[in-house]
Design a protein around this ligand. Structure first.
Ligand SMILES: [Zn+2]
Ligand SMILES: [Zn+2]
Length: 256
């Protein structure tokens, strides 16, 4: 059985916990060690219960706390060579390099990495499995690719970036270079792009859909939910939010 939770999602910090059997990993840590411990406590976990930290890419909202948390609690870290080359994490107790198409296991968790178009050195996203169910995670991606569709098809849970509304981004407070970056092919998914991607996936086994990495300046939770609900022809109340401050409380994927 896979269980997952978020300690926070958005441009001010990201961290997701994924658990299968007796194994727990944290995907990214954009929070200081203190805030990581506080937020982990809200999910009723201790740092010693985290078996590994996986890092998607070197942007600060994903990597800021990785070094401090790994050193203080002696947790092994997994990332691509390109991400590691940016040296945003300082010295790590244990560093495992991964390739963008790697499949590997940590304890009871099966992990599949996949590459995404994003403006980082060697960014990856992940699908987590326990041999029965699969949880797909996709944030920090500027555009969908056929490979992304192939990897996410048939997932039982999906955490999907709904970063911005195109009109709000265009009319919003960001300087024009940032608007171009966020809205570009290597930036972040708009609500519409997220909806289009979701509509193109096989979602017949999907139990949980989570809207994540929602911009506080260029989007609203209501618009993100509505885009995903439209794509799935479901009620907006079926869409769950991973929020910047509240994160996401535990959700469980039931074996089918
Ligand atoms: Zn991010
Ligand atoms: Zn990023």
């Amino acid at each position: 059985m896979i269980r997952f939770a978020s300690l926070g999602s958005g441009s001010r910090g990201n961290a997701t916990i994924v658990e299968a059997g007796s194994t727990r990993i944290m995907l990214d840590c954009g929070f200081s060690e203190t805030r990581f411990r506080q937020r982990l406590g809200l999910r009723e976990l201790e740092p010693s219960q985290i078996d590994a930290i996986l890092v998607t890419h070197e942007h600060s909202d994903h990597i800021n706390g990785v070094g401090a948390v790994a050193r203080k609690h002696d947790i092994p870290v997994y990332m691509t060579r390109g991400t590691a080359a940016q040296e945003k994490h300082g010295k790590l107790p244990t560093l495992h390099f991964i390739d963008v198409h790697d499949r590997f296991s940590i304890g009871d968790l099966e992990i599949q990495a996949y590459p995404v178009p994003h403006d980082a050195r060697e960014p990856v996203q992940f699908v987590f499995g326990d041999g029965v169910s699969r949880l797909g995670i996709l944030t920090d991606v500027g555009s969908a690719t056929q490979h992304i569709v192939d990897v996410l098809n048939g997932c039982n849970g999906l955490i999907l970036e709904c970063n911005h509304d195109v009109d709000m981004l265009a009319k919003g407070p960001y300087p024009s270079h940032l608007k171009q970056r966020v809205g570009g092919r290597f930036g972040h998914l708009s609500n519409r792009q997220a909806g289009d991607l979701l509509a193109s996936l096989d979602t017949s086994s999907l139990q949980h859909i989570i809207a994540a990495h929602i911009s506080e300046k260029n989007n609203t939770e209501a618009m993100a939910c509505s885009a995903l609900a439209e794509a799935l022809s479901c009620s907006e109340s079926d869409i769950v939010l991973a929020e910047q401050e509240q994160g996401l409380d535990w959700l469980t994927i039931s074996p089918t």
